[in-house]
Design a protein around this ligand. Structure first.
Ligand code: UDP
Ligand code: MG
Length: 312
């Protein structure tokens, strides 16, 4: 069996060589046939230079591919590009920052080899590293998205996963522009085993996930895998229409209008107007996604591809 490691890299100049060395060391004597598919996602630091050095100097086994994007397209695009280049029968997605240890990859391989029916092994964080607030918000996100979506999202499951060629082929068939891996893995199905893992500290550099990016990511997931928000707008619309009918009926029995009731009328106008705007926004969100998809733009653009045809 040969293994391809897909490694998305964005500003990881301090990590890529350490990552390469650690994987090589851990796999030594345990696994022979494996390759690295590094995807440099338009890094602004010297990641591209470091990857090129790796490719030129440490590629004695011909097991390194380097894809460099023309700009930053995001981790999802990097994963997609990496998957389209892999040559192995089994593929593992792993971060470049050494938070996901190569020892766990060997564990995943062991789990997969136990039963030929297992197509995918996913590592999940038993204990989240972040603070209780972020952790609670993330749990709430999973509750919401599982409530409104047809596919299942597993709380804590990461992108750190091992999968067979058949799963990779299925993912490559999904050519959508707005990619949300967690949903796509569930969507394609296949038998998945989950193993717990502990996230290590980042070796160098910093996480690219600020609060703003996380919120955007969560909304991306909901809009990509559920049309429920569109339906909610209909229900809320009906509810408001019924409420206003009630209001009219009640107003018939009220004494003469006062300043307070005028204020109430104005507030309710604002409320209704606000709700309409919110749902116009929701419709706009889906429309904009269709607009971007309709333009059929590529998910990523490659600036350079280093690939020795002899690898595995
Ligand atoms: N990454 C990427 N493109 C981006 C952001 C991140 O390729 O736009 C890569 C990054 O280099 C790392 C992995 O995705 O290898 C996970 O990113 P990060 O460590 O920032 O996320 P965290 O571990 O904090 O969830
Ligand atoms: Mg990280």
């Amino acid at each position: 069996m040969n293994l391809s490691l897909v490694v998305p890299c964005y500003n990881e100049e301090g990590n890529v060589e350490k990552f390469f060395d650690l994987v090589t060391e851990v796999f030594e004597g345990k696994l022979e046939d494996y390759e690295f598919v590094f995807v440099n996602d338009g890094s602004k630091d010297d990641t591209r230079k470091k990857l090129k050095e790796l490719y030129n100097n440490k590629n004695s086994r011909n097991n390194i591919q380097v894809v460099s994007f023309s700009r930053n397209f995001g981790k999802e695009a990097a994963i997609y590009a990496g998957l389209s280049k892999v040559k192995g029968d089994v593929v593992c997605l792993i971060d470049a920052d050494l938070q996901q240890r190569p020892e766990v990859v060997l564990e995943m391989l062991k789990v997969m080899s136990k039963d030929e029916d297992i197509d995918c092994v996913t590592a999940y964080q038993e204990k989240r590293k972040e603070g209780t607030v972020i952790s609670a918000v993330k749990s709430m996100f999973y509750k919401i998205i599982n409530g409104v979506s047809d596919v299942e999202f597993v709380n804590g499951a990461s992108d750190f996963r091992l999968m067979k060629r058949s799963v990779v082929d299925a993912l490559l068939q999904m050519t959508e522009y707005h990619r949300f891996s967690k949903g796509m893995f569930s969507y394609v199905g296949f038998r998945t085993e989950y193993i717990p893992y502990v996230v290590a500290e980042r070796e160098s550099g910093e996480s690219k996930w600020g609060v703003k990016k996380l919120i955007k990511y969560a909304l991306e997931g909901i809009f990509a895998f559920s049309t429920m928000p569109l339906k909610i707008s209909m229900f809320v619309g009906i509810l408001f229409a019924l409420l206003s009918v009630c209001g009219f009926i009640v107003s018939v029995f009220l004494p003469s209008a006062t300043a307070i009731s005028t204020l109430l009328v104005i507030s309710s106008l604002f409320l209704v107007g606000g709700v309409i705007l919110v749902f116009l926004g929701i419709i706009g969100e889906y429309l904009s996604k269709m607009y971007v998809q309709g333009k059929n733009r590529p998910v990523y653009i490659i600036k350079e591809y280093l690939n020795n045809e002899k690898n595995i």
